[in-house]
Ligand binder design. Structure first.
Ligand code: PLP
Length: 386
């Protein structure tokens, strides 16, 4: 079946007792055993829980993996994955990285002796230069957030396999609807399911999908041992969101493309970073490895004085710190999502005081353009009056 059908049907045909079309929320932590030595398949909810299992199986299937693991947040998913590594291990990680992932690596994983080199993961030579005998894995975001840099996944996964490294891909921005890294050779996919998969700015969740039996078994041990698992209510909410993923992603892409084109032509804007635009350096690779584009992009204003009034004058678009929901949100990465990244790294990748990130929702595109046009014009008038 096509992915649209599989998404719409998540959990719909699996409840054998009542035939409930919407899979029930099993709000139980303990499960009665039929007799000594027997189990229904469920013993204790941290290890396995029915509603979460349906979600995990759907995640594994959608990402073309072997096992799925639902976690209490995207960060919990990343921490569970990082528990694969031990004292002395070294990781190669995307330079333009979500700030929370950077903080977890630098403030927490560093205490356990795990070291990290931050590079442009599209540059295999640069990765070869930082590689060491202790290197274990490459962590890639593609597109990166906020600068939308694209990594050629098949090329990097090939190289990583030759070196014996695991490849971990954060697929939050594109979702399996548009990109499936495990099909391109990656070993692990991670999602902040809080974003497009949930899609409604109302559930915090993370997903891990693994490829291969040994890795899947090890991840099951880590997931159960660490215990940062997703509860039944949130598992259900996430599945409900995922049922409409295909429709939402199409609309996010359409709106984001129109808005990116509008901003590119606006005289207050210096640059727009969105892989759907032909002049984007990753445009061709993105088209090759993904079947569509995400709904977020970033843009750089010509004058930093625009930032404050633009954020004050947007009305429909909320000045808020997330992405991937049906409501449009605007973020100032340098002081919000990426504040934990040292200024030197931020400057190197271009996360400066003129950069705004726009998570384009599913509202009518003309309303969004009108809101932005109004905020930019108010900002221009205020600056002119200074
Ligand atoms: N990965 C990416 C690309 C993100 O954008 C985020 C959050 O913004 C995370 C991981 C962390 O996910 P969560 O906020 O669900 O813990």
């Amino acid at each position: 079946m096509k992915i649209e059908s599989r998404l719409a049907q998540i959990g719909s045909v699996q409840e054998p007792v009542t035939g409930a079309v919407s899979y029930p929320i099993y709000q139980s932590t303990a499960f009665r055993h039929p007799r000594l030595g027997e189990s229904t398949g469920f013993d204790y909810a941290r290890t396995k829980s029915p509603t979460r299992t349906v979600l995990e199986q759907a995640a594994a299937e959608l990402e073309s993996g072997d096992a799925g693991f639902a976690c209490s947040s995207g960060m919990a998913a990343l921490q569970t994955i990082f528990a694969l590594f031990k004292q002395g291990d070294h990781l190669i990680v995307s330079l333009d990285l979500y700030g929370g992932t950077y903080r977890l690596l630098e403030r927490i994983m560093s205490r356990f002796g795990v070291t990290v080199s931050y590079v442009d993961t599209n540059d295999i030579q640069e990765m070869a230069n930082v590689a060491r005998p202790e290197t274990r894995a490459i962590l890639i975001e593609t597109p990166t957030n906020p600068l939308m840099m694209i990594t050629d996944l098949a090329a990097v996964c090939n190289w990583a396999k030759e070196q014996g490294y695991l490849t971990i891909v954060d697929n939050t921005l594109l979702t399996p609807y548009y990109q499936r890294p495990l099909e391109l050779g990656a070993d692990i996919v991670i999602h902040s399911a809080t974003k497009y998969l949930g899609g409604h700015n109302d559930v915090l969740a993370g997903l891990i999908v693994t490829k291969g039996e040994a890795l899947s078994q090890e991840m099951a041990i880590l997931h159960n041992s660490i215990g940062a698992v997703l509860g039944p209510q949130d598992s259900w909410l996430l599945m409900r969101g995922m049922k409409t993923l295909a429709l939402r992603m199409e609309r996010h892409q359409y709106n984001a493309t129109r808005l990116a084109e509008y901003l590119l032509a606006h005289d207050a804007i210096e640059e727009v970073y969105y892989p759907a635009l032909k002049h984007h350096p990753g445009h061709e690779v993105q088209n090759r490895q993904s079947s569509g584009n995400t709904g977020i992009f970033s843009f750089r204003l010509k004058d930093a004085r625009y930032v404050e009034p633009v954020l004050r004058h947007i009305r429909l678009i909320a000045f808020a710190e997330s992405l991937g929901g049906v409501e449009s949100l605007m973020t100032y990465p340098a002081v919000q999502t990426h504040a934990d990244i040292p200024e030197e790294i931020r400057r190197r990748v271009g996360v400066d005081d003129r950069l705004l990130r726009f998570s384009v929702g599913i509202e009518h595109v003309e309303d969004l353009i009108a809101d932005l046009a109004h905020a930019l014009e108010e900002a221009r008038l205020e600056i002119a009056a200074q």
